[in-house]
Write a new protein. Structure first.
Lengths: 271, 251
């Protein structure tokens, strides 16, 4: 069964046994009250972490035995990447045509808010912002990202679709903490809204059909596995001929990526 | 039956139920009692007794049944869309988007039907009856406006349900992952529909639907618990078949 394979990606059986603590955490948040300032969102994690602040400039630190702080730093890194990317895009004169600037300024504002959010949640455990190179040089590429709008759009789509899959891949790892899990879900679906919009600007459907990608070849991993038709142990292939067939089946479910898979993609842009 | 009378009674009934929901913390969905009333029946509608109504159930099964009910609603709505005159005459892109949404929601619905039947064949949400007479399927604004509400509601519902899924066993983790696989597709839908309504604007992820956390700018989707989602669903008046949600997890 396919979903069992997903369990492997969580690589943290501890979390499964700590399910009972979820309510405690949720109650803790409720007690915190609505007037909370961002800087003190009570994830309740800092005190329990034995990890030192990650000095790494990549996402690799989060790729094994993820505890909740690792997951948060993983999320923070993705948000850093997106914020940095859209900030440069918005600041580059003549890159984004007038009719799309509202869309990208909106996305930038969301990503910046997500960065602040995860930074605040991690406090002094938050990793520093890595140095990004959106030409893809760290991955051996030489993309004209900020001089060619089509390249910028292609990367935007890739980052948003990766973000959706990356957050989804961590849902299980955060399942031991109701508050964290819910926050992550609230970010996850916003990334999906972004992804849909950017894809449609590019003339694509807002949803992912099979593992189709018209992005540069090195980005094929962003869509790897999206052709999956087995959900919850049920193979839906061939069952919906009247309803868009297997293309619709694959589009109706987004698939997760593991941290390692996301690290490989992100590593193309991290110096 | 006089339609106007029907509508007035229906609204009244909805309000009563809302109050009931609020007062008791119990959720009663559907307007089936009213439909069952004959027009010459002047006796007041009795307070619902739940003995013969389907209840979504408790624990993870309850959450699955809840999701299945919502997917039934969405699928039924798009089925009506595709037989309506707006869709028939819509521009190609809009036609394709709505047809895709129809396909996806049918697939979600049938997936839940299969999955729940395999674990609890006798406790699955029945096939619900819907009444979309409040939607004008010849009107772009009515169809897309309703679609927007349903998709946004779906996003908030799955986001809110995640924390209610017990992950004490592997099946629970699988359910949580499945909710994640579906919710992002609902969000992709919502984004597209919102953009059709207001192209090129920020509405695809607008401040009217996103929320802030801890005083931040709006940059997060809602995560809404079932009681509030079901109140919204009751408010649409779309669900005819009555069922209850008295045993869903609440935290």
């Amino acid at each position: 069964m396919n979903f069992i394979k997903l369990l492997d990606t969580l690589s943290n059986k501890e979390n499964l046994t700590k399910a009972g603590s979820r309510r405690d955490s949720f109650d803790q948040f409720k007690n915190f009250g609505a007037k909370a300032v961002l800087a003190s969102i009570p994830f309740g994690l800092a005190a329990t972490s034995s990890k030192a602040k990650a000095a790494t400039n990549s996402m690799a630190s989060a790729s094994f035995m993820a505890d909740n702080n690792d997951v948060l730093n993983f999320a923070l890194t993705l948000e850093y990447l997106e914020r940095n990317f859209y900030q440069i895009g918005m600041d580059t004169t003549g890159l984004i045509p007038e009719e799309d600037r509202t869309v990208f300024s909106t996305i930038l504002r969301h990503e910046a808010t997500h960065v602040d959010f995860f930074s605040a949640a991690l406090g002094n455990l938050a990793i520093d912002e890595p140095t990004f190179d959106f030409s893809g040089a760290p991955g051996g590429l030489a993309l004209d990202t900020f001089t060619n709008y089509q390249t910028f759009l292609a990367l935007a789509q890739g980052f948003e679709d990766t973000g959706v899959r990356a957050f989804k891949g961590q849902a299980g790892a955060l399942a031991n903490d109701n508050t964290l899990l819910t926050y992550a879900l609230q970010v996850h679906s916003v990334e999906a809204r972004h992804a849909s919009k950017v894809r449609r600007i590019r003339g694509q459907k807002g949803w992912i059909t099979q593992n189709n990608s018209d992005l540069p070849a090195p980005f094929a991993p962003i869509y790897a596995g999206e052709q999956n038709t087995i959900q919850g142990g049920v193979d839906l292939a061939g069952l919906f001929a009247q309803f868009g067939g297997n293309d619709a089946v694959t589009a109706a479910f987004d698939e997760p990526l593991t941290m390692d898979e996301v690290n490989t993609i992100g590593g193309i842009f991290i110096v | 039956m006089n339609n106007n009378v029907f509508k007035e009674k229906n609204e009244l009934d909805v309000n009563k139920r809302r109050q009931f929901l609020k007062l008791s913390g119990m959720a009663l969905v559907g307007s089936g009692l009213l439909v069952a009333c004959s027009s010459d029946d002047d006796s007041p509608i009795a307070p619902p007794t739940n003995t013969d109504l389907f209840d979504l159930g408790a624990g993870n099964l309850g959450i699955l049944n809840y999701a299945y009910a919502l997917e039934q609603l969405e699928a039924a709505f798009y089925m009506n869309v595709l037989s309506g005159s707006y869709w028939m005459g819509a521009p190609a892109e809009e036609k394709q988007i709505l047809e895709d949404l129809y396909n996806h929601e049918i697939i979600h619905r049938e997936f839940f039907r299969t999955a729940i039947t395999s674990v609890a064949p006798n406790d699955i949400t029945p096939d619900l009856e819907f009444d979309f007479s409040g939607v004008d399927f010849s009107s772009r604004a009515s169809v897309l406006g309703t679609s927007k509400v349903l998709e946004d509601t779906g996003v908030a519902a799955y986001n809110g349900a995640g924390q209610l899924i017990s992950v004490a066993d592997a099946a629970g983790i699988a359910y949580l992952t499945l909710a994640g696989k579906i919710v992002s597709v609902e969000a992709r839908h919502a984004s597209a529909i919102r953009d059709l309504l207001n192209p090129g604007s920020m509405d695809f992820a607008g401040d009217d639907i996103l929320v802030g956390i801890g005083g931040s700018q709006p940059a997060f989707d809602k995560a809404t618990l079932p009681a509030e989602i079901l109140a919204t669903v009751i408010g649409t008046g779309f669900v005819v078949t009555q069922f209850t949600a008295n045993n869903l997890p609440t935290s």
